[in-house]
Design a protein around this ligand. Structure first.
Ligand code: 77K
Ligand code: MG
Length: 214
């Protein structure tokens, strides 16, 4: 059988990027997805917003829900301070396999722990399994109908502290209407919408940044 889109993306990285150079991995994926075949990475436009929020928060322990091929994993991990850690959760084993190779190609494997499984199952186990106290930063980019239940789970498991930042992708396209209602109406969050566009297109999309107030 033929290759998959994630496997073709990995090939493009191995062909066009420099081993150990995260920026070249990001550029190789963006070029491939803009000129060869679209893929659901956060992309370069929203990626710049992700970079700026991440740099502002400078998290010690970050969580990503929805690894896919590891594009945003590389974007986040490349900006972490020494000793900081990124945990990323992916349900799909084929995606996880490609992501591991892309993260390793970027040379970021020591900063990243990729956990395979469903976020709903894994979040309650993270404190005990990885000795995590809190997440300073959470990037939500998995199934859009999981954004609300997993945010509630993070709260209930005591994994958010005052000032923890949630950044959610795709709040317009494909959309996460219940999530926007939840964080915008809750007294426990201060939310702000960053208008942008769906990766590699002119369609509107954006990121919602929500600060947990404790
Ligand atoms: C299967 N699967 C594994 N992970 C996920 C979660 N991610 C998404 O669903 C996702 C979807 C889109 C998108 C798809 C089609 C379209 F026409 C427009 C937008 C964009 C994104 O940035 C996403 O994150 C889905
Ligand atoms: Mg997305």
């Amino acid at each position: 059988t033929g290759s998959s889109r994630p496997q073709r993306m990995l090939k493009a990285v191995q062909k066009n990027a420099t081993k150990g150079d995260p920026q070249s991995v990001i550029s190789a994926i963006d070029h491939y997805c803009r000129h060869k075949e679209w893929a659901m990475n956060v992309g370069d436009d929203k990626g710049l917003i992700l970079d700026s929020v991440l740099t502002e928060v400078n998290p010690s322990t970050a969580l990503e829900l929805g690894t896919y091929c590891g594009y945003s994993t590389v974007r986040i991990a490349r900006l972490l301070s020494p000793g900081s850690k990124l945990f990323t959760v992916e349900f799909n084993p084929a995606f996880a396999e490609v992501a591991r190779q892309i993260i390793a190609y970027a040379g970021l494997q020591d900063k990243v722990t990729l956990v395979e499984g469903s976020s709903g199952d894994l979040i309650p186990k993270m404190k005990e399994q990885f000795g995590i106290k809190y997440f300073d930063f959470v990037f939500l980019d998995h199934w859009k109908d999981r954004y609300v239940p997993d945010t509630k789970l993070l709260e209930d498991c005591g994994l958010l502290k005052k000032g923890s930042v949630l950044l959610a992708d795709n709040v317009i396209c494909p959309g996460a209407p219940e999530y926007l209602k939840y964080v915008r109406n809750s007294p426990r969050y201060e939310s702000r919408y960053y208008k942008s566009n769906l990766e590699y297109t002119k369609v509107e999309d954006g990121l919602e940044k929500s600060v947990f107030l404790g």
